[in-house]
Design a protein around this ligand. Structure first.
Ligand code: IPM
Ligand code: MG
Length: 358
């Protein structure tokens, strides 16, 4: 029997309770599909700051590098909000992405048929389906560029730098083109090439990779401001979106909101190798931590993505997705609750998905 090693970064707020549900489901999937998982825990974010003084201890980097993959809950909370920028929990998240070379962030925005009413957009705008894959560059651009403070005309000023090299753009473009090829064969590259030099290089590089290596994939280009508008005007026009770190951060939140169920959406962060880091796209929701109200499905579905992209267990992955759909027909956590169904806690939701696994 195949055994995988997985590091759990439970994190802060609702992180521990949602990761626990995903662990239950992954174990159950292992029983059904004949694999086992060795889970190890490591610290990241606020809980790491409290225990070690650092949001990303070296031991965490070492553990993740040695493992087949990593599952993350969420980090951050009001307790650590007043710390200086480089000591905040978010720094741990950015740091682990960098340390593991996780340059490609896949953020699917899908509407689950069972949750159609949940979208804040009108039914006629949504149409029959919403299935967008946002591919966000994750280890470059302005979040990692040179930054600092200086004095300009005797006044304090601050700056951050957006920079992309050709190889950085090429590798994220290839991930996005490969993804488009497996889906609707349409790739929309989003930039601000009417203003930014880095965007002009981005656009030209994506076009060249497309022409040389992916002639079967249709490329369109869109300015980021227009894309923000098009996402709420006609979201059905998008298949795969590829964009920079900061634009992807913003647009993926917007796209997820269209689905109306931020508690349902998973994500994968991938490197050049097989290992990845999988996490729900929502945050640590400190206000409901420990109340049992958290929705564990995004984390459970992140576990399913891990089985598919990092562990070569596509059948088990699909079985988890099916189990989630099945459970949604009868039971809901409070965030997606509708009259007439069973209202369940985080823990009960985890148990129900386990029971529904076939
Ligand atoms: C995300 C988050 C992070 C990011 C923050 C917490 C640093 O917003 O994963 O999208 O901006 O990358
Ligand atoms: Mg974000």
């Amino acid at each position: 029997m195949k055994t995988y090693s997985i590091v759990l970064l439970k994190g802060d707020g609702i992180g521990p309770e949602i990761v626990e549900q995903a662990v239950k489901v992954l174990k159950k999937a292992g029983e059904k599909y004949d694999f086992s998982i060795d889970f190890k825990e490591a610290l990241l974010g606020g809980s790491a700051i409290d225990a070690t003084g650092s949001p990303l201890p070296q031991a965490t980097i070492d553990a993740c590098k040695a493992a087949d993959s990593t599952l993350l809950g969420a980090v951050g909370g009001p307790k650590w909000d007043t710390l200086p920028g480089n000591q905040r929990p978010e720094k741990g998240l950015l740091g682990i992405r960098e340390a593991l070379g996780l340059f490609a962030n896949l953020r699917p925005a899908v509407i689950f048929p069972e949750l159609k009413e949940a979208s804040p957009l009108r039914a006629d705008i949504i149409g029959d389906k919403l299935d967008i894959m946002v591919v966000r560059e994750l280890t470059g651009g302005i979040y990692f560029g040179e930054r600092g403070r200086k004095t300009v005309d005797g006044q304090e000023a601050a700056y951050d730098t957006e920079m992309y090299s050709v190889p950085e753009i090429e590798r994220i473009a290839r991930v996005a083109f490969d993804m488009a090829r497996k889906r609707g064969k349409r790739l929309c590259s989003v930039d601000k090439a009417n203003v930014l030099e880095s965007s002009r290089l981005w656009r030209a590089t994506v076009a060249r990779i497309g022409a040389e290596e992916y002639p079967d994939v249709e490329i369109t280009n869109m300015y980021v401001d227009n894309c923000a508008m098009q996402l709420v005007r006609n979201p059905g026009q998008f298949d795969v979106i590829v964009t920079s770190n900061i634009f992807g951060d913003i647009l993926s939140d917007e796209a997820s909101m269209i689905s109306g169920s931020i508690g349902m959406l998973a994500s994968a962060s991938l490197s050049a190798g097989k290992a990845g880091l999988y996490e729900p796209i929502h945050g640590s929701a400190p206000d409901i931590a420990g109340t049992g109200k958290a929705n564990p499905l995004a984390t459970i579905l992140s576990g399913a993505m891990m089985l598919k992209y990092s562990l070569d267990q596509p059948e088990a992955s699909e079985a988890i997705e099916k189990a989630v759909s099945k459970v949604l027909k009868v039971a809901r956590t409070p965030d997606i609750y509708v009259e007439g169904l069973r209202k369940v806690s985080c823990d009960e939701m985890g148990d129900l998905v386990c029971e529904a696994l076939e």
